[in-house]
Design a protein. Structure first.
Length: 191
């Protein structure tokens, strides 16, 4: 009788342990990105969280060791400016402001291990053409905001998400352009 009780207890313990392992496997969630572009197609949610944590870490830095700037010419109708932020001799962040006649765009790049980790793109529209008598800078409004997540130098997720596969391809294309811009604008830095 005692042997039967031990056997029952052992089976119950084994079953509970197996159930615990199944639960742990289910906790590893993924976001799928269906793209025909050869990009990473499955991203672990914890990867996105690590990218967000890195963004928060960099965003919290207030005492930069160096901040460099450079004029950006030929990329927009009214020019632009880039800012390069350094901590411990490592560029952690790069901000690019592009000015146009109908609005402006801010691209905020965040780096991890010298690679782009995250880009926040904000697009603003003026109330009227900047040379129009109705133009009032105070009436400028944010028109759109996009978020681009990169892992190991590759685009893995873009926001806002939409079900339309064409939208995902558009985000991937824009993510590639942002990486090209980063390479081009980074050459303007002095340090």
């Amino acid at each position: 009788m005692r042997a039967l009780a031990y056997l029952t207890l052992a089976i119950a313990t084994l079953a509970a342990a197996c159930q615990g392992n199944n639960n742990n496997q289910q906790d590893t969630k993924t976001d799928s990105i269906e793209l025909d572009t050869g990009l990473v197609t499955e991203v672990k949610v914890d990867t996105i969280q690590r990218i967000r944590d890195n963004y928060e870490r960099i965003h919290a830095i207030k005492d930069w060791d160096k901040i460099d700037s450079a004029e950006v010419l030929g990329e927009s109708t009214e020019g632009g400016i880039a800012y390069f932020y350094y901590k411990n001799n490592v560029m952690e962040k790069m901000d690019i402001e592009y000015y146009g006649e109908g609005g402006y765009t801010n691209d905020y790049y965040y780096f991890k291990d010298n690679q782009v980790s995250f880009v926040l793109e904000e697009i603003y529209r003026y109330n009227a053409h900047m040379y129009s008598p109705e133009f009032d800078y105070a009436k400028t409004k944010k028109a759109e905001e996009f978020r681009f997540y990169y892992f190991d130098g590759k685009f893995v997720k873009g926001l806002p998400e939409q079900e339309d596969p064409k939208w995902q391809v558009e985000l991937a294309d824009r993510a590639a352009v942002l990486l090209q811009q980063k390479e081009k604008i980074s050459k303007l830095k002095r340090y």
